[in-house]
Ligand binder design. Structure first.
Ligand code: IFM
Length: 453
């Protein structure tokens, strides 16, 4: 069954997204330095079957054919990220060849009339900064601002939209607290310090962008997981509130309200001690005015009191197997609608919102040159319908970037999870557009046609 296309306002932007470490490969090319993900993926036991991003989709060498394919599919916007260790492979040492690569990529996008959105930090911290504490060390904020300022100067003329950080929750809590991502630490004090320094570096980079007088827009991307309580029992409701505080409010509240959520501050201080890494003036910087908020949405969690997450004394209830993706994440488009509505009413009001990632991993198979990923078509169409409902009610949602353009390195899961609308055969690097890619291309063509009428 093919899904009907959905009507969107004429200024709505459809795009697709990737990130440097997940697709580029060329880990040692043209002076690139080591990142924490090179170190982590090369550490036995950290990534599924020892997979690494050394080659990935070899996009570093194939970017022209990849962008041409985007053009053939009619995709008007593309979100990519810049690899910090390509630009500053050693402390204070600028690498022109790194910038030259991204200039070529951005010029190619412009040639094909594809609008770029550039993320500065999608998790590939230079290893030399991790050696001094990484994001748990306040000095990393200054290094980030140095890097961001250089990128603004060198590439700002080609970039209409900058995103400072992708998913600070993952880069801090998942990486320094839960230990699933690089650098793989299990230290909640480090995790909260890292989260604060990442947010601070965002605010300082926004200030630098404004001071530079650039013409484009700048924002940040947060990942949100909608949280429902498993029951009305007070202990479950309280556990769900903590999960929501941890996953969502800890990040949106300082950005929009200049404060950390008080219920969570109390809980966290009870576990890690005073949050004395917050210095006077930090929250003012963090809450610098942004031009849009990027939202990554995949799923929701149903939560009860329990021991699953010891830090929160909460437990995520296993969703039923018939409505999960290959990541085990519940498919719940209604929660995207609820999230957007909640953000607008509680935090963002008229601030433009952009869905900078949404998509799903499924067990795709290439059969006779085709991938019939009907589940992904339904996932995307259902989420677009939820987004449209929000817009119909006056919500300022301005764009949607499908994660991902092509199958790629899914962090600790290596290449075992496929999120792409384009299938990648990693042995040959041949790309095959999946049914979802064809459907999304059709949705975009429909949108274009409806708006020239
Ligand atoms: O692949 C990731 C991406 O790097 C960040 N957001 C979630 C995606 C799927 O897990």
């Amino acid at each position: 069954m093919t899904r009907s296309f959905i009507e969107f306002p004429s200024d709505f932007v459809f795009g697709t997204a990737t990130a440097a470490y997940q697709i580029e490969g060329a880990a040692k090319a043209d002076g690139r330095g080591e990142s924490i993900w090179d170190r982590f993926s090369h550490t036995p036991g950290k990534v599924f079957e020892g997979h690494t991003g050394d080659v990935a989709c070899d996009h570093y060498h194939r970017y022209e054919e990849d962008i041409k394919l985007m053009h053939e599919l009619g995709i008007p916007a593309y979100r990519l990220s810049i690899s910090w260790p390509r630009i500053f492979p050693e402390r204070g040492k600028f690498n022109q060849a790194g910038i030259d690569f991204y200039r070529r990529v951005l010029e190619t996008l412009h040639k094909y009339e594809i609008e770029p959105a550039v993320t500065l930090y999608h998790w590939d911290l230079p290893q030399y900064l991790q050696d001094e504490g990484g994001w748990a060390n306040r000095a990393t904020v200054d290094y980030f601002v140095e890097y961001a300022t250089k990128v603004f100067r060198e590439l700002g003329d080609l970039v209409p939209k900058f995103i400072t950080h992708n998913e600070p929750w993952c880069a801090s809590f998942l990486s320094y607290g839960l230990g699933h991502h690089a650098p793989g630490h299990h230290d909640w004090r480090e995790a909260y310090a890292a989260a604060h320094h990442i947010l601070l570096s965002h605010g300082k980079a926004v200030e630098a962008y404004r001071a530079g007088g650039y013409q484009g827009e700048i924002g940040i991307t947060l990942n949100f997981t909608w949280v429902d309580s498993a029951s009305n029992r007070p202990e479950d409701v309280a556990a769900a509130r903590r999960e929501d505080g941890f996953a969502n409010r800890w990040f949106i509240e300082p950005l929009m309200k200049r404060q950390y959520p008080s219920d969570m501050v109390e809980w966290v201080e009870g576990r890690i001690g005073a949050l004395d890494f917050i210095e006077p003036g930090d929250l003012e910087s963090i809450a610098s005015t942004i031009d849009f908020l990027g939202i990554n949405f995949y799923s929701r969690n149903v939560v009860q009191a329990g021991a699953g997450n010891a830090h929160l004394e909460s437990q995520v209830v296993q969703p039923s197997a018939d409505r999960v993706t290959d990541m085990g994440w519940e498919i719940h488009p209604e929660s995207l609608y609820r999230l957007l509505t909640w953000l607008k009413s509680e935090y963002t009001a008229d601030l433009p919102l952009v869905i900078t990632e949404n998509g799903a991993a499924f067990r795709d198979e290439l059969v006779d040159g085709e991938v019939q990923d009907v589940d992904r078509v339904n996932y995307v169409a259902d989420h677009l319908e939820a987004a449209k409902r929000f817009i119909d009610e006056g919500g300022p949602l301005k764009g949607y970037y499908l994660w991902s353009f092509m199958d790629n390195f899914e962090w600790a899961f290596g290449y075992s999870k496929r999120f792409g609308m384009v299938y990648v055969d990693y042995a040959t690097q041949v790309r095959t557009v999946k049914a979802s890619g064809k459907w999304y291309s059709g949705q975009i063509a429909h949108h274009r046609a409806a708006n020239v009428r």
